[in-house]
Design a protein around this ligand. Structure first.
Ligand SMILES: NC(=O)C1=CN([C@@H]2O[C@H](COP(=O)(O)OP(=O)(O)OC[C@H]3O[C@@H](n4cnc5c(N)ncnc54)[C@H](O)[C@@H]3O)[C@@H](O)[C@H]2O)C=CC1
Ligand SMILES: CC(C)CC(=O)C(=O)O
Ligand SMILES: [Mg+2]
Length: 364
């Protein structure tokens, strides 16, 4: 394959690396190798500083987001994140790993979570869906990340439990603007997903999305879709979607579903963004306790998250494109982890090595 792109002017960046739990450290290690290879190939200086988060932080300090971890992330240019959670820290425990990630998103003001979904034709067989359904799939879900049920007031007594779902107009406006700007750079189609036939927060969401897009983005075609039928359409006509914007929990659930289009949840990257250039970059999957410690997790989603970091926080678009091309090259050569193939699957490290070899060939 021919060389793709010349790099950008030299940058010096400070990156926080929060590997977390389960397969988090395994997949993050491969993304770190790729970032080091990018730095070496293009002459950039990346200072990669590790820190504790999630269950590992609870075990070491008692807190899922130690103050020094949050302070590091607030100083850093960007955060590379693996995954947190696992059976050792039960969902009924008072202190849980997941609280660390939620607090980090809130603490960094990361309200827009971009989750792109594309289908590599080489992987059509990895998806249970018919290949003809997958042709042309190229969508991005923009998930609101710091509101809704995950952040609402919670109460519990012996006989009942309560989770509040709250959205304010400014919270909806800002994430809709992110999605509409993205749609302007793509096919100019935006689908706002809600449950406005039932939920008051969804009715506010729909009215606000309608006003923002009609008044500020008249060139973007906006449609509204109820979340239940959207879940169905995502697997029956996925190529019809361009940009989807939705609230926190709907986006969480719909993107795990959408990963089936790509072939595995291990392939999907994400970028969590706020008002400034600092972002948090993580695969959409969790800590996968069922395969942790075996060296078989798919690292491509985390490596592609590192590519998003290069592009969106460091302004290194050519380098990001080379990393993405290197992942595509590894996939094209059949370097597939066990979630993608039953025939001679490779391990996590071997997949990372294939990306680095491709990157060295492509980077000039
Ligand atoms: N951002 C984060 O750190 C997230 C953390 N979690 C936490 O992760 C833990 C496990 O949650 P689950 O519901 O099991 O979701 P999960 O995403 O960890 O795993 C779901 C399934 O996908 C597979 N899988 C996930 N990532 C993979 C990869 N890179 N390569 C190959 N296979 C992969 C797993 O083996 C499992 O069968 C829980 O404690 C949950 O709270 C869940 C989602 C996101
Ligand atoms: C707090 C997380 C565990 C929520 C989640 O599943 C995600 O962000 O994908
Ligand atoms: Mg999730």
């Amino acid at each position: 394959m021919s060389a793709l792109a010349h790099g950008s002017p030299r940058v010096s960046a400070h990156l926080a690396v929060l590997a977390g739990d389960g397969i988090g450290p395994e997949v993050t290690a491969q993304a770190v190798r790729v970032l080091r290879a990018v730095a070496e190939a293009y002459g950039h200086i990346f200072e990669l500083e590790p820190a504790l988060v999630g269950g590992a932080a609870i075990d070491a300090t008692g807190a899922p987001l130690p103050p020094e971890t949050l302070a590091l992330c607030q100083r850093a240019d960007a955060v590379l994140f693996g995954a947190i959670g696992g059976p050792r820290w039960g969902p009924s425990d008072k202190v849980r790993p997941e609280q660390g990630l939620l607090a980090l998103r809130k603490g960094l003001g990361l309200f827009a979570n971009l989750r792109p979904v594309t289908v590599n034709p080489r992987l059509a067989a990895a998806s249970p869906l018919k290949p003809e359904l997958l042709a042309g799939v190229d969508l991005v879900v923009v998930r609101e990340l710091t509101g809704g049920l995950y952040f609402g007031e919670k109460r519990r007594d012996a006989a009942s439990a309560f989770d509040a779902c709250v959205y304010t107009v400014p919270e909806i406006e800002r994430v809709v603007r992110v999605a509409a700007r993205l749609a302007q750079r793509r096919k100019k189609r935006l689908t706002s997903v809600d449950k406005a036939n039932v939920l008051e927060t969804s009715r506010l969401w729909r009215e606000t999305a309608e006003r923002v897009v009609r008044t500020e983005f008249p060139d973007v075609a906006l449609e509204h879709q109820l979340v239940d039928s959207c879940a169905m359409l995502l697997v029956t006509r996925p190529a019809a979607f361009d940009v989807i914007v939705t609230e926190n929990m709907f986006g969480d659930i719909l993107t795990d579903e959408a990963s089936v289009l790509a072939g595995s949840i291990g392939l999907l990257p994400s970028a969590s963004l706020g008002e400034g250039p600092r972002g948090l970059y993580e695969p959409i999957h969790g800590s996968a306790p069922d395969i942790a410690g075996k060296g078989i997790a798919n690292p491509y989603g985390t490596i592609l998250s590192a590519a998003m970091l290069l592009r969106l926080s460091l302004g290194l678009a050519p380098e990001a494109a080379v990393v993405e091309a290197a992942v595509a090259d590894a996939l094209a050569r059949g370097v597939l982890t066990a979630d993608l193939t039953r025939e001679r699957p490779v391990g996590t490290e071997e997949a990372g090595t294939a990306v680095i070899h491709a990157l060295k060939r492509l980077a000039v």
